[in-house]
Ligand binder design. Sequence first.
Ligand code: SAH
Ligand code: SF4
Ligand code: F3S
Length: 467
Amino acid sequence: MTQNNVYISPEEIQLQRDVINSIKVALSQSPACAMVETYGCQQNVNDSQRIEGMLLDMGFTLTDNRNQADVIIFNTCAIRENAQSRVYGNLGALKHLKEKKPSLIIGICGCMVQQEHIAKRIRSKYRHVDMIFGTHTLWKFPSLLSEVMEKREKILDISGSGVIAEGLPVNYDGGVKAFVSVMYGCNNFCSYCIVPYVRGRERSRREEDILSEIESLAETGVKEVMLLGQNVNSYGKDRGETDAFAKLLEKVCRIDGIERIRFMSSHPKDISPLLLRTMAEQEKICKQLHLPLQSGSDKVLKDMNRVYDREKYLETVRLAKELMPDIGLTTDIIVGFPTETQEDFLDTLSLLEEVEYDSIFSFIYSRRDGTRAAQMESVASEEEIDARFQELLRVQNDISARRNIRHEGRIETVLVEGQSKTDPQMLTGRNYANKIVNFKGDESLIGTFTDVKITKAQTWILYGELV
Ligand code: SAH
Ligand code: SF4
Ligand code: F3S
């Protein structure tokens, strides 16, 4: 597919805008509430903000309360079995609501229902669901919803693949931080992963669209942006460009008002020395890198189709640390991949000790229908895998605690996000490494960059005082 036909045409976007306006006219007579419940990764959070943006423009009031809602949309994730089970559980609970309020419209979208067998199963077994739409039809949400509202018919549309829709609203709820997707999809087909099947091939947004979105965010008071993509470093490759992501970052740095820039995820195979140098040179880019490893064993990495080996990964980490000695490093680890033996697992542990990540996201391997690894027999028992998982957490907790101590005594700049949920006496924010910092201070500091002296480091939180 060439770039030209990736974009939804301006005429089709206009059509959606017209539908939004006509729903708005209808709702002006009878106000209504809507809620979007999000499962999954930041990309899904950003997609939900798109749905919310459309709902707000239609005149709906957003609510967090299922009992109040006239429209409920579940934006789902398929990455692991437990993500899907949660959705099934919660969908079951909605049946009761629908019985009490037959006018309620229930929609389900996102990665889980982009799998045809699941969309069909939901249609036949969960009769209270009114609309099912996929990741490639999200932009059509206004016309799909309008059809359900008018005709009271059930809709299933998971058609299409690999599109980019510009010019539809996004609900950036007025915070100081925002997610901005710069590309969609994935070409990597890691053998365990469902994402390429449910998100389609890699496609990058036009640079001018991304920059103008961030400029308008800056005008509304956003100070920190997180650029998102399944592999942000592949940005522009679908257009045949090289180093386009590093160039994009430089341009984002020039936007007034944006003080902090983060990005994720970075596939280790694509992270270039130029990108690391750009990170090191540009003051606004946070010295923080999420670099998913998955496994420390070369054999397992090969079976996972990750395309790098342990040494290549460590080389990148060494260069990152050399250029940015204080860099905050995080990663993703899968335990219990079918071919992982105890010895392979020990390779992962030794790599954790060598890199010393600030924190890790760890997952027990979950078999995904349709992926290559789904054909592989597991060499370890469930008990062995559970024991490995516990061991991984134990080892990393020690490393995280050790790593956090380095912040003690330092003065760090924190972007203050609000009151701490666990202790309303405290304000909470994040430092450059995206670590939570809690400290006592006046509410007027919310939304500002504030210098905080770190007085105590715990495994997950830093505590400090205003300077
Ligand atoms: N594109 C990102 C990852 C997105 S998914 C990247 O490659 O870096 C986030 C994480 O979920 C992955 O890094 C992996 O650790 C985990 N994951 C993906 N598929 C999984 C599966 N089938 N079972 C368990 N964990 C999985
Ligand atoms: Fe999944 Fe691999 Fe793509 Fe990440 S790079 S989304 S793990 S296939
Ligand atoms: Fe889940 Fe889809 Fe993200 S499968 S992790 S919501 S891309």
